[in-house]
Design a protein around this ligand. Structure first.
Ligand code: RAM
Length: 929
């Protein structure tokens, strides 16, 4: 008996111990599941062949992944054991990002569920992740039963600035009945123009300027909304406000680009599943009714909005409204050759509200407000008005000396909003179908008896809806201001497409500007999807040109027949940067043919001398102190043939590298040979045997391009480096570079070991330098190094944007080398933490980035003659940590003398630096200066 109970107790203990040890061995499930370029559980997804990504949890137990399994099913209940769409089975692989779906073909509207698990470095399986899902949007034109619908507003012949046709905004509606309660409903919608849609009087979304901007003659993006909650049994109403936007506004230059000044139209399809299982579909067609007698009288991207409250139509967007005296609409069939495609990146939304507003001046019935930040978006005004009066809202980026507005740089953009009051009292107004670039706002026409208050005005900042991805900060106020100016410059110019500027009569997707800023943008914001969406537009516009030309701007509303070196190369450089920063090979696959065609374009322009293309270039745009006069000087002094040849070689070189990644060995060799041949021609044509640029007027950029793009023989490179140093010295350590030279200057000096020199240039206070504009009051990056000075005022040229991001490309070096955080293998699978402190200017700097594997950071400070470095390395990666002072014998790790262990291996150590290979984890290093 006793023996039995002992045996029983023993069994219980064994059982408990087993349970407990199993519990300890549970490996935490994967986290932050995303689809393709970072989408989280999207409704209305664009891609039936997505990729899957997940992150390993941060935990002592988890260093890396040895295998994974993904299961995909048509219903939640089938997971994880009965995946009917795809079971990847256990795959021995460290890949946790961008794993391609290889299951059954997916269809429009399909809702798909997925889970993933992984095995850690010790082959222990994790729990299954949470169940994630995605629902596809409408993928084919044939999914649409709707027709393009709207009023003919072209026939009103309203002429605006420069006699461009303007279209009165339309109010379109359709009342319908639903036989029973709704189980689910999706609204698929888009416009030739921009729209705001309501169901039963409620806003369907808070999206802004939908559907955004694509080359509309190739592809129009459509949106999908889950509107189940907005519908009811019985009477309903679908109502749309519609304005010109990009499609039918003068930004598209009206050169018969989009169907001859076509009037804006909507396309929408509401698909409802009712309780009884039946389906009902309401589409835009000839049964809709419309009017142009609504309150938004006019709206234009460049020129602003006119709102007259006297035209308000109470309840027009509800079911009860009687539209019998509205007009019948016109309809147009869907064209076969214009692709309707679900939007592939996040739409613009209101992001921040600037409340800290200051009144600058009040004169009679006019007052000026300062937002204290150059911003992009719309104001929200709450102002006392008298019935019938017109409130006028003007904008400017900066003021003139007498506090009046500097608007010469808006050029022909009127950028003015009007609000006509229908009654006495406080009115609230937020323009809907325009946006402005401004720091200052002027109100006039409000109630004369009212005393202006700062609270009358707020600034609503709008940009594409991406998240913050990185942070950078340091001990130096001006460097921090530079980081702030860079990030504002990005936000302000990512308005559905990457624009050059957000305020004047331009706001276009200039390819050169995009090419130089992409890496910095990817550090600071999650812009993976934003860029790949724009690259699709680029390819669509390129395809119009049989010789491979990439237009200067995308979407190409200029319809220019010229391609520019350093600009068109965006089709090669941006995909390569995205790949290196995200590790997503899809962008290389998608861009490969386009990149090759662009190099073909260079080849087609080689006429007189082998490998020297004769073609258009904007040169080293806006290089300071040009030898030519005014406008001609904008192209700088580096000759365009040199720039053509340099980028011809560079693009060929990158294609060779891309071919290597994609396993296309023949192309890899072919383009490597082409690159070498062009590089050779570059050196022989433009540089003498002393590595000196053959032109009398020397330029920093000629050397920078040759060195950075690896176009010199090794001995010539050394000589060219010395000439570059000479040039920089001649400029008294100032910048002598424009759009193309500036981004590569830090990389070249870094590679030369000229770190102190780079710091000296970066921390220069006088023109031309980064801090110069900060000293003149800049809160964003400026188009020119001397857009404004306190003594001399504004640059005399009207092309003078105070919100232009190109020179913000220094941001990449700030992350990678000042704070010291860089991707060493695509997507940060290997990280380099290698800060380059300079004690003359800085005592600390830090950066963090959300890598595809999780958060990584590098943070250093100098205190009491010690250098301290904190690093965070996410699971699934490893890092080379370069400690720039001390040696292995005086290095402390977490307060104790450094010794190698399973997480930290010494790679090298000399008298004043140590390099350690670190596994995932959080570490603190300290050494003596
Ligand atoms: C200007 C744009 C842009 C630049 C081109 C060459 O009009 O603002 O920044 O790329 O010219």
């Amino acid at each position: 008996m006793i023996q039995k109970s002992i045996l029983f107790n023993f069994c219980v203990v064994v059982f408990l111990v087993t349970i407990l040890s199993c519990a300890q061995e549970i490996v935490e499930k994967p986290q932050e599941l995303t689809l393709s370029e970072g989408f989280k559980n999207p409704t209305g997804f664009y891609n039936a062949k997505p990729t899957f990504s997940w992150k390993l949890p941060v935990s002592e137990q988890i260093k890396s992944q040895s295998a994974y399994q993904i299961v995909v099913a048509s219903s939640k209940e089938l997971l994880p054991d009965n995946a009917d769409l795809w079971d990847s089975k256990k795959q021995k692989s460290t890949q946790s990002t961008f794993v391609k779906y290889q299951g059954k073909a997916l269809k429009s509207r399909q809702k798909v569920y997925w889970q993933v698990r992984y095995w850690n470095q010790d082959e222990k399986a994790s729990d299954w992740s949470e169940t994630n899902y995605f629902e596809l949007g409408l993928l084919n034109n044939s999914d649409w039963q709707a027709q393009w619908t709207g009023l003919d507003t072209a026939k009103d012949s309203i002429k605006g600035v420069r006699k461009f046709l303007m279209h009165r905004p339309q109010y379109l509606r359709k009342g319908f009945e639903l036989a029973s309660d709704v189980v689910s409903a999706r609204l698929y919608i888009t416009a030739k123009g921009v729209f705001d849609v309501h169901l039963n009087g409620k806003d369907v979304s808070d999206d802004v300027m939908t559907p955004g901007w694509t080359p509309y003659n190739h592809r129009i993006e459509t949106l999908t909304y889950d509107v189940t909650e907005l519908l009811q049994a019985g009477k309903n109403a679908l109502a749309v406000e519609l304005a010109s936007g990009w499609h039918s506004g003068r930004i598209s230059r009206g050169r018969a680009l989009y169907e001859n000044f076509a009037s804006p139209k909507i396309l929408c399809q509401l698909e409802v599943v009712l309780k009884d299982g039946s389906k009902q579909t309401i589409v835009s067609d000839e049964s809709w009714r419309g009017t142009t007698n609504g309150p938004i009288r006019l709206a234009s991207v460049y020129d602003g909005e006119v709102y007259d409250a006297n035209f308000e139509i109470p309840n027009w967007n509800t079911a009860a409204f009687d539209d019998s005296n509205w007009k019948s609409v016109e309809v147009e069939a869907i064209a076969k050759d214009v692709k309707l495609a679900q939007k592939r990146h996040h739409i613009v939304k209101n992001q921040i509200v600037l409340n800290d507003v200051e009144i600058v001046s009040v004169k009679e019935n006019t007052s000026v407000f300062n937002m204290k930040q150059n911003m992009v978006g719309v104001p929200r005004v709450k102002v006392p008005m008298k019935k019938g009066d017109t409130l006028k809202i003007r904008f400017s980026e900066m003021l003139l000396k007498d506090n009046t507005f500097y608007t010469k740089n808006y050029r022909s953009a009127k950028s003015t909003d009007y609000y006509v009051a229908a009654k006495d009292g406080v009115v609230e107004y937020v323009p809907k179908f325009t946006f402005h670039g401004f720091q200052f706002l002027e109100l006039s026409g409000y109630d004369k008896n009212a005393k202006p208050e700062a609270s009358w005005v707020q600034g609503i900042v709008q940009h594409s809806n991406f998240e913050k991805n990185g942070t950078f900060t340091s001990s130096h106020d001006k460097l921090n201001q530079l980081q702030s100016n860079i990030t504002w410059g990005l936000r302000d110019n990512f308005f559905d497409v990457p624009t050059d500027c957000p305020q004047r009569d331009e706001r276009l997707g200039w390819t050169g500007d995009a090419q130089v800023i992409a890496p910095t943008a990817l550090f600071n914001y999650s812009t993976h999807a934003f860029w790949t969406a724009w690259l699709q537009s680029l390819r669509e516009n390129q395809s119009e040109h049989k010789n491979g030309l990439v237009p200067f701007i995308v979407p190409d509303v200029l319809q220019n027949k010229n391609g520019g070196s350093g600009w068109g190369d965006a089709c090669v450089i941006v995909p390569w940067d995205i790949y290196n920063i995200t590790g997503d090979v899809t962008v290389l696959e998608d861009s490969y043919e386009s990149a090759k065609k662009w190099v073909g374009y260079y080849q087609s322009k080689v006429r007189k001398k082998p490998y020297i293309p004769i073609m258009h270039s904007f040169g080293d745009w806006l290089q300071p102190y040009p030898s030519k006069s005014l406008k001609k000087g904008n192209r700088g002094d580096t000759p365009k043939e040199l720039i053509n040849t340099a980028y011809f070689a560079h693009s060929a070189h990158l294609i060779s590298k891309i071919a290597g990644v994609l396993g296309k060995t023949d192309d890899e060799k072919k383009y490597a040979a082409l690159y070498k041949a062009v590089a050779n021609a570059f050196e022989n044509e433009f540089f003498d045997e002393n590595g000196k640029f053959k032109q009398e007027r020397q330029t920093q950029t000629s050397y920078l391009l040759g060195i950075y793009l690896e176009l010199f023989q090794p001995e010539t490179k050394l000589k060219a480096q010395n000439h570059l140093l000479e040039e920089i010295k001649n400029a008294d350590y100032h910048l002598g570079t424009g759009f193309l030279g500036t981004p590569i200057l830090p990389k070249v000096l870094d590679d030369m070991g000229e770190i102190d020199l780079m710091y000296k240039i970066l921390f220069k206070e006088t023109y031309p330098s980064w801090f110069y504009s900060i000293n003149q009051g800049a809160t964003t990056m400026w188009e020119r190094w001397n857009s404004f000075s306190k003594e001399g005022g504004y640059n005399s040229q009207s092309m003078n944007s105070l919100n232009h991001y190109a020179y913000g490309a220094i941001g990449q070096w700030m992350y990678e080398r000042i704070a010291g955080l860089a991707s060493l293998a695509p997507g940060y699978q290997k990280i380099r933490i290698a800060p380059l402190p300079n004690t003359e200017f800085l005592t600390s700097a830090s950066a963090s980035v959300k890598t595809p594997y999780g958060k990584a950071s590098s943070s250093w400070k100098i205190e009491n003659d010690s250098f301290k470095l904190d690093v965070v390395i996410p699971p699934g990666t490893s890092a080379e940590v370069h400690i720039p002072y001390g040696n292995k014998d005086n290095l402390l790790e977490n307060g104790s003398i450094f010794t190698e262990n399973s997480n930290l291996k010494l790679m090298s150590s000399d008298d004043n630096s140590v390099i350690i290979l670190a596994e995932p984890g959080t570490y603190n290093f300290q050494t003596k200066l």
